[in-house]
Ligand binder design. Structure first.
Ligand SMILES: Cc1cc2nc3c(=O)[nH]c(=O)nc-3n(C[C@H](O)[C@H](O)[C@H](O)COP(=O)(O)OP(=O)(O)OC[C@H]3O[C@@H](n4cnc5c(N)ncnc54)[C@H](O)[C@@H]3O)c2cc1C
Length: 546
């Protein structure tokens, strides 16, 4: 099933593979269909169709010098490579490249944890280090630092951050790219570069100060195709003394506006970690009288929803607030947060939830949402599983993840815009439900914006359903951009469309990136098309239809 790189004959490709074998050894170059199949995107929305991105093979080096040699050979033979760290980027492309025929550069074997400094709270790792690996390393040594991890703990600290992945503790650590400090990169010509203080020979501050001097280039390597990252530093959270959570509930729909304002204040001034919004009213949507109201109008006006909420004695919105800090500090912050919320929102009520002093016992952790404590796990994969409500589980999903401003007004408006525009399209999420309505919840991974997230179903055996998913995704991206919203991350099938929406001044941003790309990577050998940035040699591949 492997696909040759564009304009490369089987003969030339075989010669290139032989050269890669000389570098990494026979067993670390993969070209059989059976092996290459494992690098397909298991969640592809085009499984088995011509649009599916299929690699030409894979090569798995174990050290930086091998990566440099591979990149040089890639240039010599015009065989583009697609670096992955652990390649678990499910929902955003898995381990498959943007352009069929690209060879996967699998860095999983480069899995050394080079340093964890407890006093300065940082780690320096190679690409193959997973969240599980780093967590275990820290635990085994009894270090008083936490990691911030995404829901699936099997991904890599580097790969996740390079796709600007997100976690669940405090604002300055949840943004995984934002929490990095210092990179080592193999450039498209095979040269090795270090960024920030790493560029100063002998510096001991590589993981302390990320900017170094002069223009800061680290961003080019995130969602980008300017090099192969071989080391990266990350700031870690010092283990807090305590964790406390409480819930604020507010009665009316429009109360979301002051609620978001106060919660933003609490988060922006580092009172709280990730706030988690809920819709208690949405949780009773199948009970009368709300059920009857929704039967007559699936998106009633605010006054009607408020009347029913009052009648049922159920708050419109709630938000879980999580405090990390000193034992006395978290209690005081929760009290003060309640005071601020009560002043701003008449009828706000409060519930104490959890309180733990660190370190937590195994039993306490076992009963918790582990990611809130930086403990990697795979519990999230129970979503979309077979259940009474979901008799035919999906094979995968694609996430539509769009950035909107972090105000109650913006969120309420977006809820209505998506609901109105997508009605009649037949869109369903990966649980088979119409994803929009009055009970949509804003997602809060980012500190300064909300994300509206919708998981759309993908299948291995249902081409028709996949076609629908692609059409819905495309519609959602278009609708978002018509409203000034954009995706923060996307599966390869949609990266051109997403980048196309960042079009201010006739695509000045993309034009600039492609000018840099052509200068830094004249043969276009690193991840052509990644992030919607195409090198000249393969620009004909850009999807201009969507
Ligand atoms: C149910 C579910 C829940 C999820 N929850 C979350 C979540 O909470 N938070 C979150 O962020 N994501 C989430 N994801 C998405 C994804 O699974 C994770 O982000 C995962 O960590 C990404 O895979 P990875 O770490 O193996 O990265 P990789 O697949 O290795 O890398 C991601 C991309 O970065 C680039 N890249 C990787 N390594 C390099 C390198 N060394 N040099 C240059 N470029 C490179 C490549 O373009 C690659 O495709 C979820 C997915 C699913 C299915």
């Amino acid at each position: 099933m492997a696909v040759l790189p564009p304009n490369v004959s089987q003969q030339v490709f075989s010669r290139a593979l032989d050269r890669f074998r000389e570098v990494v050894g026979d067993e670390w170059v993969f070209s059989s269909d059976e092996d290459v199949d494992l690098y397909r995107d298991a969640y592809s929305p085009s499984w088995g169709e011509p649009g599916e991105r299929i690699p030409s093979g894979a090569v798995a080096p174990i050290e930086v010098e091998q990566v440099q040699q591979i990149v040089r050979i890639a240039n010599e033979f015009s065989v583009p490579v697609f670096p992955i760290s652990t390649g678990k980027n499910l929902t955003y492309g898995g381990s498959a490249p943007n352009m069929s025929g690209t060879l996967v550069l699998d860095l999983k074997r480069m899995n050394r944890i080079l340093e964890v400094d407890e006093r300065r709270a940082f780690a320096l790792v190679e690409p193959g280090v997973s969240y599980f690996d780093l967590y275990r390393h820290i635990q085994d040594r009894g270090l008083k630092v936490w990691i911030d991890c995404p829901d699936p703990g099997w991904g890599s600290v580097i790969g996740n951050s390079l796709d600007r992945g997100l976690g669940y503790t405090t604002w300055n650590f949840r943004d995984h790219f934002g929490a990095h400090c210092g990179m080592e990169v193999v450039l498209p010509n095979g040269e090795l570069m270090r960024t920030g203080m790493g560029a100063v020979p002998g510096s001991r501050s590589w993981q302390d100060y990320r900017y170094g001097y002069g223009p800061w280039v680290d961003g080019l390597f995130s969602q980008g195709n300017f090099g192969v990252v071989t080391k990266m530093g990350f700031w870690l959270l010092p283990e807090p003394d305590a964790y406390l959570s409480g819930i604020v509930s507010v009665p009316k729909r429009q109360d979301l506006i002051p609620l978001v304002d106060v919660v933003n204040y609490l988060e922006n001034s580092s009172y709280i970690g990730q706030p988690r919004y809920r819709s208690p009213l949405g949780a009773v949507r199948n009970e009368p009288p709300l059920r009857d109201l929704l039967a007559s109008n699936p998106f009633p006006d605010d006054a009607a929803l408020d009347r029913v909420a009052e009648e049922m004695g159920v708050p419109s919105w709630a938000c879980q607030l999580q405090f990390y800090g000193g034992t006395e500090v978290v209690q005081a912050m929760w009290r003060q947060a309640q005071q601020k919320l009560a002043e701003a929102i008449p009828g706000a009520t409060f519930e104490d939830e959890k309180y733990y002093e660190m370190p937590m016992t195994e039993e306490q952790i076992a009963n918790e949402r582990k990611v809130a404590f930086g403990v990697p796990n795979l519990a999230i994969f129970s979503i979309g599983a077979r259940s009474e409500q979901n008799p035919i589980p999906v094979d995968g999903h694609l996430d539509f993840t769009c950035v909107i401003p972090k105000t109650g007004e913006d969120f309420l408006n977006a809820s209505r815009v998506f609901f109105d525009a997508m009605q009649g399209t037949g869109i369903v999420n990966s649980s088979g439900q119409y994803p929009f309505g009055p009970f949509l919840i804003p997602s809060t991974w980012h500190a300064r914006n909300f994300i509206i997230i919708v998981g759309l179903p993908t299948y291995r055996t249902n081409t028709e359903a996949n076609q629908k998913t692609r059409a819905w995704m495309s519609q959602l991206i278009e609708l978002a951009s018509a409203n000034g919203w954009g995706e923060y991350r996307a599966s390869p099938t949609f990266q051109d469309q997403v980048m196309g929406a960042y079009s201010f001044n006739d695509h000045a941003l993309r034009n600039f990136l492609e000018t840099l790309k052509d200068a830094a990577d004249p043969n276009g050998v690193i991840s052509p098309g990644r992030g919607g940035v195409w090198p000249d040699a393969y620009r004909f591949n850009r999807n201009t239809e969507a």
